[in-house]
Design a protein around this ligand. Structure first.
Ligand code: VGL
Ligand code: ZN
Length: 252
């Protein structure tokens, strides 16, 4: 359940005063904050060349997917330099995963099905298959600052959009335990895709009572069904997620 409206309003007012009045400089306690980089993987990115190596378009490419690398690298370096935690997630499906249209004869990409406890699971093109090139992180994402990699979506029968829980909303990925073990109470999110894995991660973070921010310049979305990016951004904001830019993080 999202927290009640009152704290959200207060929170938005505080963010407003804080970000505007203090010249958009956030003060971050890196001991209690973590950066979560969601699914910046080849299959979610258009074709690109990096270090002389060309990569084909990913099977579930989102427009501008690779563009999140530069701003996220900058924030990750900042966190790592202050001994803050940086977590990266990886969609990591077995072949024939239940979220693939190919696993359901007669169904096609974009169809919806009921999947056990999960109603209206969208069927995707095969993507992020364990060990494949498409499942690897984008080559321009700097992993040097990353403390922990969480792989999700490995249950062949269940999808996992959120970095915290599988789509049954109950099975943990272990991320909440990790963050709690380090007394982390604030999370900053960026990555792919705005309307799926970033959205579900942000909503779960709120449900788990983390103070939650999304970097609007460091996310890109699928926008299927049409309008789902706008809807996801609106729902996150309505739930009290702070919408900020990576440039709001002080770089000095
Ligand atoms: C994602 C669709 C299917 C995501 C993962 O990372 O947003 N979207 N699997
Ligand atoms: Zn997936």
């Amino acid at each position: 359940m999202p927290p009640s409206a009152a704290p959200c309003k207060t929170r938005r007012l505080l963010d407003f005063l804080f970000l505007r009045e203090y010249n958009k400089t956030m003060i971050i306690d890196y001991q209690t904050a973590a950066l979560i980089i969601v699914d910046v993987q080849n299959d979610f990115c258009p074709a690109y060349t990096s270090g002389g190596k060309s990569h084909p378009e990913g099977s579930l490419a989102v427009a501008g997917g690779g563009e999140v690398c530069v701003p996220l690298n900058a924030v990750a370096e900042r966190f790592a330099g202050r001994n803050g935690k940086v977590i990266a997630t990886q969609d990591w499906h077995p072949k024939n995963h239940a979220s693939f249209a190919s696993a359901h004869p007669g169904k096609k990409v974009g169809d919806f099905i009921d999947l056990g406890s999960v109603q209206s699971q969208i069927l995707w093109a095969d993507h992020c298959i364990q060990g494949s090139q498409g499942a690897r992180f984008h080559d321009d994402l700097n992993l040097d600052s990353v403390n922990l990699i969480i792989r999700k979506g490995s249950n062949p029968l269940l999808d996992s959009y959120s970095a915290f829980f599988e789509n049954d909303r109950q099975t943990t990925t272990g991320l909440d335990g990790y963050l709690k073990a380090f007394s982390i109470s604030t999370v900053f999110l960026g990555g792919l895709a705005t309307d799926y894995c970033v959205f579900y991660t942000a909503m779960d973070a709120m449900r788990l009572r983390y103070k939650t921010y999304v970097f609007t310049d460091a996310v890109r979305g699928v926008d299927y069904p049409k309008g789902s990016i706008e809807q996801a951004l609106g729902a996150m904001e309505g739930a009290g997620v702070g919408m900020i830019k990576t440039s709001d993080i002080p770089q000095n």
